[in-house]
Design a protein around this ligand. Structure first.
Ligand code: ADP
Ligand code: MG
Length: 313
């Protein structure tokens, strides 16, 4: 058994905001610059952990959709192809950033990195298919929205395309991922929640959907046998009464406390709720540790000094 086999497995799920922060236009320079903060920490952690990295793609897939809208002469691509594109672009950006950070630490020869296109199986009979719920891409005016060929919904910002967001069932490449981490590769996978596919007999077919990246990461954390499942975002953790004068960030909560807070509406769908659900799923399935933290505090959270830790009852 190699010494790396004895290292615990750390899965870090990076929020889309790790690359494009609120208020930024999202130039490539900004994205590379933002990435340095979490990636330097992950590079240092790779000395003590076998590392898996997943990432969001909200802003990036939104930009690709906008580019499609601007060019009517080129055939439009379905969503699963756009998700695949973002896995390629973000995989490349994370991988090269990590490579540089490992080089700065002088450990690039010990750590090998691979970015994996990954698809995630969803269930065709998932009730989520009956109700497109997730707003994505550009904002349209009332008149523009009437001429679109896909479902739209009025949101606080204006009309937006809505897509279905089914639950992830299993990561198709789980065996490959496990084999790679066992051989001490740092693996970047399940970007943007994974390319959504359904089983069709003996093959897979892509579907026009977006899987939540936190829930896909929880599925991966279970299937890859992660010891620590860390969700890194742009706030210090989960708060009660978020955004009010009574706001209070929690350092820890049990799975049943989390459920009670969810019932009381502390965590909205589409942002904090999927993170809480993902962490609870992992812990309820026997996972050791799960923590929601800021991209600034990844190392501190691993050391138990930052973030919101979700504990078994
Ligand atoms: P990511 O790209 O990391 O998935 P999201 O925007 O989906 O980020 O989720 C993080 C956001 O959740 C925070 O920026 C914050 O504004 C929002 N949020 C909503 N409710 C809460 C809460 N109760 N505690 C902490 N953050 C919350
Ligand atoms: Mg999110």
């Amino acid at each position: 058994m190699s010494s790396s086999r004895r290292k615990d497995i750390l899965l870090v799920a990076l929020g889309g905001n790790a690359l494009i922060q609120k208020g930024q236009t999202g130039t490539i320079e900004e994205q590379f610059d933002n990435l340095k903060v979490p990636i330097r920490q992950i590079a240092r952690l790779s000395r003590t952990f076998r590392v898996l990295i997943t990432h969001g793609n909200g802003p990036q897939v939104g930009n690709l959709l906008m580019q499609q809208e601007c060019c009517p002469s080129v055939p439009k691509l379905p969503l699963e192809i756009l998700v695949a594109q973002t896995q390629g672009q973000l995989g490349y950006m994370i991988e090269t950033s990590l490579d540089s950070a490992l080089m700065d630490l002088g450990i690039q020869s010990e750590q090998r990195i691979v970015s994996l296109l990954s698809y995630v199986v969803v269930d065709e009979s998932d009730p989520a298919f009956n109700e497109p719920s997730k707003p994505i891409g550009p904002v349209y005016t009332d008149i523009e929205a009437r001429h679109l060929s896909y479902p739209v919904r009025k949101t606080a910002k204006g009309y937006r395309r809505v897509v279905v967001s089914p639950k992830p069932i299993t990561i198709v490449e789980k065996r490959e991922i496990r084999a790679l981490i066992d051989r001490d590769f740092i693996v970047i996978c399940c970007g943007g929640g994974g390319i959504p596919v359904v089983r069709e007999g003996r093959s897979f077919a892509g579907v026009d959907a977006v899987i939540d990246k936190d829930l896909a990461s929880a599925a991966l954390a279970k299937e890859a046998g992660a010891d620590i499942f860390l969700i890194a975002t742009d706030v210090p953790g989960a708060a009660l009464q978020y955004g009010t004068s009574e706001q209070r960030f929690l350092r820890q909560m049990t799975v049943s406390e989390a459920q009670t807070y969810c019932e009381h509406g502390h965590f909205p769908p589409g942002s904090m709720l999927p993170k809480i659900e993902a962490a609870c799923q992992f812990i309820s399935a026997g996972g050791k540790r799960s923590v929601i933290t800021s991209i600034l505090d990844i190392e501190a959270a691993v050391a138990g000094k930052a973030g919101t830790e979700i504990r078994p009852d």
